[in-house]
Design a protein around this ligand. Structure first.
Ligand code: NAD
Ligand code: IPM
Ligand code: MN
Length: 359
């Protein structure tokens, strides 16, 4: 297959982990006879520095001309004092909104080899296999009015019925091909948007009789994610709750550096990026865990290109390399040597190259 991929490395550890994911994509292309054309673009702080805009038109055009987008991370202390519309994070919000990427899929699966790296007890973490379905283009992030003066600030939490319907449908569809359970997370004891959200879920469930539905308030959900994370299958929630719960859930896997994500719409086009940020505390050291970026590339193959075999090969290689004891610093066991980003990526490439291609 021939595909064009826009690559937006971004800031901090973004370029370090993106370069690892690109190496993996190139190897997959060679091994499975695909042609991936890569077109590089600027986003976030790097784009502000070069072009004065965190999501420049050139970047939008490159993405528009591509089948999917691979993104690293944006942000960093250098731009933290920037005016509200000109922060690196605005670039990320703009690209999501511009392409209508309303569904953010954040899978959280326990990695057997890393159970020791999780702060949770092994018996709590071992069976975890959940998917957070985060609404990505609405809610507090985008609601109007949004402004501030010296004395006050306003953000608006608003959702239309239509915005809720499409993300809830996505969650039900995913649950159908997983373990058949949806947990809808809201704050319906306080928020009007949550009461509408709950109403839509109740209406929708009739169309999916094979899926079990439960409602859970976000505060107790945060607690249950730690006390009984294996009880969850698909978790569907609004933008801000999903942002917070997904970082929380990442600890189950041992590190934020393990968590990939897909931001998609209904036609197959998607943006793939790690859940983590630009890691200012480790940027430039060459020690970031590239697994989240590499697994995001695997999600791209699966969700945008329909390349299930290739995606599974990458996921298996990640498991195998970890099982063989090769770790980056964030998940390394005490007293063992941690590999650099590049060394760990080399292990993945060797592993992928040694596996037989089955079709
Ligand atoms: P962060 O995710 O960058 O880092 C949190 C902690 O996790 C840090 O200690 C970091 O070293 C560690 N970490 C993150 N990714 C890692 C990896 N791959 N390997 C090893 N360790 C890793 O979050 P933060 O520090 O709160 O935010 C830093 C900047 O990133 C901010 O400017 C924020 O806005 C931005 N951010 C961007 C994205 C994105 O681009 N998608 C996501 C979150 C935060
Ligand atoms: C994420 C990040 C972003 C978000 C920020 C950087 C805008 O935290 O992708 O999880 O809040 O969506
Ligand atoms: Mn986040």
């Amino acid at each position: 297959m021939e595909k064009t991929i826009a690559v937006l490395p971004g800031d901090g550890i973004g370029p370090e982990v993106t370069s690892a994911a690109v190496k993996v994509l190139k190897l997959i292309a060679r091994r499975y006879n695909h042609s991936f054309k890569l077109s590089y673009g600027l986003i976030g702080g790097a784009a502000i520095d070069a072009l004065g805009n965190p999501f420049p038109e050139e970047t939008a055009d490159a993405c528009q001309a591509s089948d999917a987008v691979l993104l690293g991370a944006v942000g960093g202390p250098k731009w933290d004092a920037n005016a509200s519309g000109n922060r690196p994070e605005n670039g990320l919000l703009a690209i999501r909104k511009h392409f209508g990427l309303f569904a953010n899929l954040r899978p959280v699966k326990a990695v057997p080899a890393l159970l020791g790296a999780s702060p949770l007890k092994e018996e709590k973490a071992s069976d975890v296999d959940l998917m957070i379905v985060r609404e990505l283009t609405g809610g507090l992030y985008f609601g109007e009015p949004k402004h501030r003066t010296h004395e006050a600030a306003v953000d608006t939490l608003s959702y239309s019925r239509e915005e809720i319907e499409r993300i809830v449908d996505k969650a039900f569809e995913l649950a159908r091909v997983r373990r058949g359970k949806v947990t809808s997370v809201d704050k319906a004891n306080v928020l009007e948007t949550s009461r509408l959200w709950r109403e839509v879920v109740e209406e929708k469930k009739a169309a999916y009789p094979d899926v079990r539905v439960e409602h859970q308030l976000v505060d107790s959900c945060a607690m249950k994610l730690i006390t009984d994370p294996a009880a969850f299958d698909v978790v569907v929630t609004e933008n801000m709750f999903g942002d917070i719960l997904s970082d929380e859930a990442s600890v189950i896997t041992g590190s934020l550096g393990m968590l990939p994500s897909a931001s998609i719409r209904s036609d197959g086009f998607g943006l793939y990026e790690p859940v983590h940020g630009s890691g200012p505390d480790i940027a430039g050291k060459g020690i970031a865990n590239p697994a989240a970026a590499i697994l995001s590339a695997a999600m791209m193959l699966r969700y945008s290109f329909g390349m299930d075999t290739e995606a599974a090969a990458i996921e298996e290689a990640v498991q195998t390399v970890l099982e063989d004891g090769f770790r980056t610093a964030d998940v390394a066991e005490e007293g063992t040597r941690a590999l650099s980003t590049e060394e760990w990526t080399e292990r993945i490439l060797e592993q992928l190259d040694s596996e037989a291609v089955s079709d």
